[in-house]
Structures are given as C-alpha cells and as structure tokens.
Ligand binder design. Structure first.
Ligand SMILES: Nc1nc2c(ncn2[C@@H]2O[C@H](COP(=O)(O)OP(=O)(O)OP(=O)(O)O)[C@@H](O)[C@H]2O)c(=O)[nH]1
Ligand SMILES: [Mg+2]
Length: 329
C-alpha cells in the first residue's frame, strides 16, 4: 500500500465540506467494489450515523452542525475489501480561513497544507447559478473565499522546505451543491470555474487540476429540508487522486527498472573475467530487477482495476491549462 496521502479540503463556511466527506465515505459502501473504511471503526459508525440522519431526517435536523474544531479523519480506500491507499483528511471550520494568522485554527490549517499531497477546493454551486462575468467575478471570488484558497497554493510554492517538491500535486475544484446549477450548460459552468482560479490553468504552470461537480441530491436546491438524497460524483475526486499517485509511481518504478537494466548491461557486456569478478553484484542486481518489476506490474494492475471501476475519460482534467483525456484502458 502506498504511503499515507494527506488531503486538505478548503472551502468557506457552509460550502459542503463535511457533507461531502461523510457522503464520500458512506455512499461508496454499497454498489462499488471500491470502498472506504475508517481506520478507527468507531469513527466509521459515527460517520454512518451522520449520513443516516441526512438521508432519513427532514428539516434542519437532517444536516450536520457547522464544524467547530479541526478534526483529522483516517480512511483506507479498499478494493474488494483490501486496502489500496491510506488517507488522512482534515475537516475544519470553513470560517477559519478568515481568522488572523496568529489564530490556532489558521496555524493548524497552514501546517496541514504544508504536509498535504493534494488540495480539494470547494466552491458552492450557489455562487455559480448565473454565468460568471467581469462584473460579478470579484464578488464570487471573495464570497466563496476562492482568493484565500489560492494563497495556500502560493505558500506551497514558496515553501522550499517541502521534501516532495517534485511530486505531482493533484488539485480538485469541487463544485459542491451542483444541484443549484442543473439548469446551466455544463461546459459553460466549467469555463466559469476556470475564470475563478486563472493561475491554475495558466500554460506551463504544471498544475494538474480536475473540476468536479458533485451533489448530494438533485432535489436539494429546491427542497433542502426534504429533498431526496441521490449522491452524484462523490467518489470521483478520490479516484483522481489515486490515479495521479499511481501514474507517478509507475514513472518512478519505470525509471528504477531502467537504471538497474543499464547497470546490468554495463556489467554483463564486459569481458568474462570482469563478469566473474562482478558476479555477486550481477546477482544482486538481477534480484533487485525482479523485485522492481513485480512492483511495477502490481501498480499497472491497480491502474487497470481503477480503469474498470471508475470511468475518468469524460471528466474535466487539465494539465497546465490544457484539457487532458484520461483513458486508462
Ligand atoms: N442543495 C444542496 N445543499 C447541500 C448539499 N450538501 C450540503 N448542503 C447544505 O450545505 C450546508 C453546509 O454543509 P456542510 O457540509 O456542513 O458545510 P461545511 O463546509 O462543512 O461548513 P463548515 O463546517 O461551517 O465549514 C448543509 O447544512 C446543507 O444544508 C448539496 O449537495 N446540495
Ligand atoms: Mg463542516
């Protein structure tokens, strides 16, 4: 299993962060062969209870209270009940982004950002009901706190102590409460989201970004008290993170195989006497090659599993502002 992946979900207060996390955890328990498991079983029970309340209660009682204390959740993403990837997830009070930098919550958020392997930015669909224009762009960026989220990316780039600077850093812009935008053309909506975060789509910027509209139910915009819960796309952002981690692993593993092969070629192409002198090294390298090859094949198999389970080919993914097609098959 890959090392623990830390996700920081940024979004203003009431942007749907907690509901997304709870829904992602619970809604994948059924149909898919992928599922989430809370590392702490009691936490799993609590999350399931929160979800049941959302599904079966009505009125204000159905929704979880605003998050007051930052809290870390640990999940395992499983395939056929076997752990594939470990996740750590910070849920916090969205309003914290507005607090002064000396505030404890801001410090926790900044520290977590510095250790994160990817960011999820939440923009509520409420802000995108109407087309984004020059006249309303600033207001949307300020109200949704998109401008504050971008600051975290700047910090990330400036933070030279980050050990894994060369690693890919997936970003998902999640349009929560997409039900507010069902009347809109999806392509136009996606273009509007891009206008809110222009640096993420600049050419040569290197950012790998997915834009993913999600909803807990299409009736909720009209009827948040009693609308039916029919989650959509809640599992897609994490599948994208898994994809980006796996493809990065494949590249690293391929590089390692190439290096071992080159060294073996050098040693084996020398004369017989040298080959005999280096026989222990050659044996060791052959063993390393076998191990690296096994890991490589395992990663390819995981990518194939992901391809079977999750169709990412029609999702909106951009690399340096260019839309890329992920077809894992
Ligand atoms: N229409 C609609 N409303 C939603 C949806 N998801 C959540 N909501 C509403 O949004 C409210 C806020 O959701 P939360 O998940 O608590 O928001 P949060 O970002 O965690 O808020 P803080 O904890 O204050 O930072 C909920 O109480 C629901 O009323 C959705 O998919 N559609
Ligand atoms: Mg919350």
């Amino acid at each position: 299993m890959a090392e623990k992946t830390k996700i920081l979900m940024l979004g203003n207060s009431r942007s749907g962060k907690t509901c997304f996390m709870v829904g992602m955890y619970t809604a994948t328990q059924g149909g898919s062969t992928f599922s989430f498991k809370a590392t702490d079983p009691d936490e799993g029970v609590r999350l399931t209870a929160v979800w049941s309340t959302i599904v079966y209660n009505s009125g204000d009682d159905r929704w979880p209270p605003t998050t007051d204390q930052p809290k870390i959740y640990n999940f395992e993403l499983c395939y056929a009940y076997k752990p594939l990837m470990e996740f750590e997830w910070l849920d916090y009070r969205g309003g914290s982004m507005l607090d002064l930098s000396s505030d404890d919550n801001v410090r926790i958020l900044k520290d977590y950002a510095a250790q994160s392997n990817g960011f999820f930015f939440c923009i509520s669909g409420k802000y995108l009901r109407d087309p984004v224009t020059e006249a309303n762009l600033q207001e949307i960026a300020v109200d949704s706190q998109a401008n504050l989220m971008s600051n975290y990316l700047q910090d990330l780039n400036l933070n030279s102590t980050r050990p894994d600077q060369n690693k890919s850093f997936p970003i998902v812009i999640i349009v929560t409460m997409y039900d507010y935008c069902y009347h809109r053309d999806k392509r136009e909506l996606i273009e509007d989201v891009k206008k809110i975060f222009p640096p993420l789509f600049a050419s040569n910027s290197g950012w790998l970004v997915m834009i993913c509209p999600v909803t807990l139910g299409k009736e909720l915009a009209q009827n948040s008290d009693n609308g039916k819960i029919e989650p959509k796309n809640l599992d897609v952002p994490v599948a994208f993170v898994l994809y980006s981690i796996l493809t990065e692993q494949v590249q690293i593993q391929q590089e390692k195989l190439r290096e071992i092969e080159d060294r073996l070629d050098d040693l084996e192409s020398s004369n017989r006497v040298n080959q005999w002198i280096n026989r222990a090294e050659i044996k060791k390298l052959n063993k390393s090659f076998e191990q690296a090859d096994m890991q490589f094949k395992k990663t390819i198999e995981m990518i194939n599993i992901l391809a079977r389970e999750q169709d990412l080919s029609s999702t909106d993914i951009y690399l340096s502002g260019k839309r890329i097609q992920i077809d894992l098959n």
